[in-house]
Ligand binder design. Sequence first.
Ligand code: LAN
Length: 754
Amino acid sequence: MLPIKPSWKNWRLLTDNGRQIWACKPSSDDIDAHLDNIDSCTEAEIEQFRIDFNFDKSQNPNSADQVFRHQAIAENFQPYAGEIPAAKDPQQQNIITGLVEGIHYFSALQSKDGHWPGDYGGPLFLLPGLIIASYLSASPFPRPHREMMKIYLFNHQNDDGGWGMHIEGDSTMFGTVMQYVSLRILGTDKSHPQLRKAGDWIKTHGGATGIPSWGKFYLAILNLYDWQGFNSLFPEMWLFPKWLPFHPWRYWCHSRMVYLPMAYCYGKRIQMPENDLLLSLREEIYCQDYAEIDWPEQRDVVCEKDIYTTQSPVLKVMNFITNGYEKFKSSWLRKKSLQFIIDYIGAEDAQSHYLDIGPVNQAINSICIWDACGRDSEQFRRHVARWYDYLWVAEDGMKMSGYNGSQLWDTAFTTRAILESGIAQLFTSILDNSYRFIDSQQILAEHETHSEFFRHPMIGSWPFSTAEQGWPVADCTAEGLSAALAVHHSGLARPRIDEARLKLAADVILSYQNQDGGWATYELSRAPKWLEKLNPSEIFADIMIDYSWTECTSACVQALIEFQEVFPEYKREAIAAAIRDGLKFILAQQKPDGSWYGGWAVCFTYATWFGIEALSKAKGLGYCQEHLLERGIGRGCDFLIGKQKADGGWGETFESCSKMVYTEADSSQVVNTAWALLALMIAKHPDRQAIDKGIDLLLERQTELGDWQQENISGVFNYNCMITYSNYRNIFPIWALNRYYRQFIEVDAETGVS
Ligand code: LAN
């Protein structure tokens, strides 16, 4: 761990029922009081931030969540003084000690409300969206925040002067122009040497006309790009009859909720008035004279560094029609569609308490509400208050999180990881707290407007972050249910989630199952596969439909199996059929080499763990033909064994996700290693030596305090953008060590073998 830097202490994480707010020198721990009265800093303090948050990206672009962890350790950590079960030999004793210290260290990071906060940064296009919203609406962040944002943006500049889509990525036009413009808005002078380098990068790569469509959108809002150079977002499509296979209610909810406010801004042609900065920027980011640019010609121009998906012929035809429509549009229809959109945004804001489904639409909705209701409106004020829920401070500065946090997800995993064996008895108060959090985050009421605005029924579900965020996720519901059942099974906490609530969770999981037997993320797949041809993003793949995924399916299958063990009679046939179809889906997803591709973390080791875990849990229970399960498990394990490195670990890079081929990292990664080990152990793989070597690697990598180093980035979305899960470096090694303890040590102790 890095030594603590003096001014890190000026930043404190305040938490309340899952809410996470970073405050600069707060006078109390009360979040609302703080937001009403955000402190500012002296010049000298700001200067100190520049020194203390200087971060060397060349060592590792992933920060290690040091600011939060130092704070938590300083407040909560005492060396472990409890019992450590005795083992039969020193090697096993090492494993037990590593496990106990691993859990003990991590428990110091648990917040009062029972959840595990953590850095959820990674993408680099999020913070600029928020900075642009604040600039346009003349609602600047306080000075300390602005300075910390600048520090972050500079810290993540690549050596070539540009920025990537995410912290590990090569420079792209999207990343570079967005950070460049943000730094200028935050007050950096264009003569700053780092900005000059960035400006050169932009110009040598063809200038900002080549920014992908999402970037064109933000620039157009800032009056740095002409709306004529933007393919129509055709707001009228919201007035189409719902039965049409391409009605936007069928889009994956993230695309739906982002293209919704984008369509409003496009329909209104929102544009900031010109000012000196903007006029100067027009000269700084383009290769040609701004006034001379042929805007319609730029609509489909995308820098080659950015292209991940290309426009399909169907999309080209559609763009031709909708762009043409702009010339003849009916103003009555436009008004009606924009009214529908703003009502929908209002409903999304209300349903999510202004957190919105994610960081992108939170910022763009703020812009729409500012336009529709005004800067002084209550609605806009509530939007601004939620900007802070998305900001995170780490040793690399202030970043925007990919969500309002990963609270429920990390807490459910941690709970399951600790409960894997009897070691859990040593950590009952931790479990009591985490169970309390899980209990408090189950969603038990429906939004009033849920059917009007295309929401899937959600009573009984769990979200990824917090219940007040209001967006349940299929596999988060499964993880919540599995964790609750594990707590009940252990008898270590008084059960508060009653039978009726557990059944509601199982019902909602059933309601999420797709026709193909799998489970998607937030909703059912609502559209035919060809809708993907309308993906206009150029930088993400598979964003139009909520597809079934191996990971989501495995989590749901596991939860239903566990549920059925406790309530065998409840919807017996329906649940058994759901499990069977889910298993078939998982088997069908397996690749010829035995692996599974992971869509939400890096990558093959992640999904292969999920695949093997579900198949192994189902073994012997009669849901599926045994030989199919065994074959699937065997092939999955062979794949993993084939990828083990000489040092006993496993390691993949983010390119496994974007290139969709296993891409080995130079060194083993504890998170990948833990996933592979979890899979081999649940499968009862006979190669004990392979497992022991992997476990040794986890122990070697463990720090003195019981933490692990932050290694490569672990999470991903839409194949091409990476996202940080800082708690994974603790959760999964703990889980793997605990599974080892249960399978190879505890059993011996129970049966008296020595
Ligand atoms: C997440 C985070 C959690 C993740 C899992 C639960 C791990 C997964 O199993 C299902 C999908 C889900 C819920 C997921 C979907 C996409 C999200 C919401 C994110 C990766 C967090 C951020 C990302 C969101 C799309 C980012 C905003 C960017 C856009 C392209 C709109």
